[in-house]
Design a protein around this ligand. Sequence first.
Ligand SMILES: NC(=O)c1ccc[n+]([C@@H]2O[C@H](COP(=O)([O-])OP(=O)(O)OC[C@H]3O[C@@H](n4cnc5c(N)ncnc54)[C@H](O)[C@@H]3O)[C@@H](O)[C@H]2O)c1
Ligand SMILES: O=C(O)C[C@H](O)C(=O)O
Length: 332
Amino acid sequence: MAKDPVRVLVTGAAGQIGYALVPMIARGVMLGPDQPVILHMLDIPPAAESLNGVKMELVDAAFPLLKGVVATTDVVEACTGVNIAVMVGGFPRKEGMERKDVMTKNVSIYKSQASALEKHAAANCKVLVVANPANTNALILKEFAPSIPERNISCLTRLDHNRALGQISERLSVPVSDVKNVIIWGNHSSTQYPDVNHATVKTPAGEKPVRELVSDDTWLNGEFITTVQQRGAAIIKARKLSSALSAASGACDHIRDWVLGTPEGTWVSMGVYSDGSYNVPAGLIYSFPVTCANGEWKIVQGLSIDEFSRKKLDLTAEELTEEKALAYSCLS
Ligand SMILES: NC(=O)c1ccc[n+]([C@@H]2O[C@H](COP(=O)([O-])OP(=O)(O)OC[C@H]3O[C@@H](n4cnc5c(N)ncnc54)[C@H](O)[C@@H]3O)[C@@H](O)[C@H]2O)c1
Ligand SMILES: O=C(O)C[C@H](O)C(=O)O
C-alpha cells in the first residue's frame, strides 16, 4: 500500500540552499524512494516571485513522489501540519564575516518562527536548523517553542562531518563510503573539533583506525582540523557564495538517518541538546556523535577523550556559551 505523504517545510526556499534542496527532497533523497512528500516552501515577500519560479520548476520536473507544493510568504500557512521542518531561511555569511556577525539578523527570525512551528506543525515534528549561527538559532528556537520536545530540535553539523570524511578519503585515496565514525564536536563554526580518534576505514584486512592508516599525527592534529574548520570560509572565498549543494546534501543525510536510522556500527554527527554527556554543559545545542533508531537519536557514550581533545571540546563549548549570551542580548 502506498505510504501517506510526509509534509516537509523548507524555509528560505528561494535561496541557494533551498534551490538545491527541494529537488533532492522531491526525488526521495531525504526520506527514501518510496516516500511521497508534500513540500511547504516559505520565503519573505521580496523573494515571493522567485519562490513562485521554484514552484513552477518543481511542477515542470514532474517528480513522481511529489504530491503537492505549498509556496508562501505566510509563516502560519507554511508551518501548518508539517512533519519535518528544515530551517534554512536567514542571511548567509559573506566573505570576511564570522558567523557571530550574522547573529543579530538571524536569531530574531528563529524566535518568531519558533512560535509558528509550536502552534501549527504536526505533533512530533522534527526540526533541523541550517541557517547560521545554526547551533544558537536552534537553541533560540527550542527556548521559544517550549512545547516542542527538545529531542525534536537539532542543527546541521553533518556537512562538517561529511567534509571530514572527504578529507580522509582524499588523503588515503580510498572511497569516501569506506571511511566512518569521524566526529564533529561542538559548534558549526571555526571552533568545531573534527575528531578522528575513533574513525575507521574499511580495508581488505578489516576495519583499520584512521590514525594508523594516515600515520601522520602532525597532519591529523593540525592541517586536517583547520581545513575542516575553515572549509565554509574557503567555499565562500572560491564561489563568492556560501556552500549550497553540499549543505543541501548534508541536510538530506541528517534527516534520512534521523528518520530511517544509522547503519549498524556507524555513527553520525548531529547538533543536539546537550544533556551533559562528555562534560559538555547541559543546555547548549552541541554537536555530538549519535546513532539513530526508530526516529530517535542517542548520543554515543563511553568514547575515550584524550587531553588534546578535551581542550578542543571545552573551547567550542565556551564559544557556544558566549553565543547564547550574545543571542539573548540581541533579542532583548
Ligand atoms: N549549517 C550549515 O552547515 C550551513 C551550510 C551552509 C550555509 N548555511 C547557512 O544557511 C543559510 C542559508 O544560506 P543560503 O546560501 O541558502 O542563503 P540565501 O541568502 O541564498 O537564502 C536564504 C533565503 O532565506 C530567505 N529568508 C530571509 N529571511 C527569512 C525569513 N524570515 N523567513 C523565511 N525566509 C527568509 C531569503 O529571502 C533567502 O531566499 C545561511 O544562514 C547560511 O549561512 C549553513
Ligand atoms: O561558513 C559559512 O558561513 C557557510 C556555511 O556555514 C558552511 O559551513 O559552508
